[in-house]
Design a protein around this ligand. Structure first.
Ligand code: NAI
Ligand code: MG
Length: 378
């Protein structure tokens, strides 16, 4: 046949990551089935905290190479469901219970190596108020059209470079360093991506966030390179914010922002705020992109494994669906991606909705509703 085939690696991970990834795959399969011009072939990778506890690794030695042959990666979340529980909560009788995985081990064992070794140096985080949902901000401050942002997060260096160490712990005065790395190449490429993104948006407006008053080396380099790259984009309106003041502006004047570029740490924090301001962390998507397309890009909801609700089947799958739509767009199926978003928003508008959006539906009901919309709309 002349149908397009896309090979997708799925890494559901832990907790609700497995639940929402399964839901997203169901929606993607339905999309391919109803559209008929392309199809997906999924391969599943069981790289989870549970398996880490048994095997001692998340990613097997040839794991990254295995991923390189796929067109894209769908990721759920990583974070051992037990990682937030203190040792004392383990039952003394439970001799089979394996130790918990601390969050820095799981993040550095799975997600960060994927982003780094596949040179996914951009993390794109769009946020807007989906139809039928509302911001927790007062309507005068944030009506349905007042929050429509895309946050471009530097995804390969900065504060999450992993440089540093701990010494002198035995002396009773431990010394720990956490060194941020900012490179000219790294900053230039994220700036270009941010300007290119702004150019494609109706308002052509880019806000750059740093903390260059207090952090006088790496952040100042960010400022300088921003001003250099800006010269290549005369059509983009720009401004600059310090990250602390940015939280205030996002909360009080959301309509003044459009495209935002920030460092790994700053954008991580600001995008959780953005998700909360737009209604729920359960709806927010992200794309880890290798813009050179040498390696597959990876699509995941921004939320974590949500141990508090994992296993109950009540997680909101919309963040995973929106991420799946971004994957479809990255694969070149722009119109299909738009249609999928239309279907998702028909459901956020008419219901069923999960509890985080004020409803009472479970993951399965929302997933079935989106699949029904796909049958109706496509
Ligand atoms: P989280 O995002 O897992 O949960 C925060 C709160 O939001 C919880 O109350 C949770 O129930 C709720 N929530 C999150 N997603 C939801 C959804 N789809 N539907 C309904 N409610 C939802 O963040 P938290 O609690 O800080 O971290 C839990 C674990 O996840 C930790 O181990 C952490 O390291 C890991 N994590 C992993 C990430 C990833 O893999 N990309 C990102 C963030 C956290
Ligand atoms: Mg985060």
């Amino acid at each position: 046949t002349h149908e397009k085939l896309f090979r997708i690696a799925s890494i559901p991970g832990d907790g609700i990551g497995t639940e929402v990834t399964e839901a997203a795959i169901q929606v993607l399969q339905k999309l391919a089935e109803v559209d008929g011009t392309f199809h997906f072939e999924f391969e599943h990778f069981d790289w989870s905290s549970k398996n880490f506890k048994e095997r001692g690794y998340y990613i097997p030695p040839d794991g990254i190479d295995q991923l390189k042959k796929f067109n894209a990666i769908l990721f759920g979340a990583v974070g051992s469901p037990d990682s937030n529980k203190g040792q004392t909560q383990a039952k003394a009788t439970d001799t089979k219970r394996l130790p918990d995985v601390p969050d820095h081990i799981s993040l550095w064992g799975l997600m960060l190596p994927l982003r780094n070794s596949l040179t996914q140096y951009v993390n794109v985080r769009p946020t807007r108020i989906l139809r039928g949902t509302s911001s927790p901000l007062r309507a005068e401050v944030c009506g349905p059209k007042d929050l429509d942002w895309v946050i471009i997060r530097e995804n390969s260096e900065g504060e999450y470079s992993g440089h540093g160490g701990t010494t002198h712990a035995a002396s009773g005065n431990a010394v720990a360093t956490e060194v941020s790395i900012f490179t000219q190449v790294g900053i230039e490429r994220i700036m270009r991506f941010a300007f290119d993104t702004a150019m494609l948006r109706p308002r052509k407006k880019l806000t750059m966030v740093t903390k260059s008053n207090a952090q006088r080396h790496g952040m100042v380099l960010w400022d300088q390179i921003f001003h250099e790259v800006k010269k290549e984009y005369p059509d983009v309106e720009t401004d600059k914010m310090l990250v602390d003041a940015m939280t205030v502006r996002m909360t009080l004047k959301p309509q003044t922002l459009d495209t935002i570029v920030a460092t790994n740490l700053h954008a991580d924090i600001l995008s959780d705020l953005a998700a909360a301001l737009s209604g729920s962390i359960g709806i927010a998507p992200s794309s880890n992109l290798d813009p050179t397309r040498k390696h597959p890009s990876m699509f995941e909801p921004i939320h974590g494994s949500a141990p508090d609700i994992a296993g109950q089947g009540i997680a909101n799958p919309v963040g995973a669906f929106w991420s799946a739509a971004e994957m479809v767009r990255w694969l070149g199926l722009e119109e299909v991606a738009d249609k999928l978003m239309e279907c998702i928003e028909n459901v956020t508008e008419a219901g069923p909705r999960t509890r985080d959006l004020g409803g009472s539906a479970n993951t399965k009901e929302v997933t079935e509703a989106v699949c029904n919309e796909i049958e109706k709309q496509l």
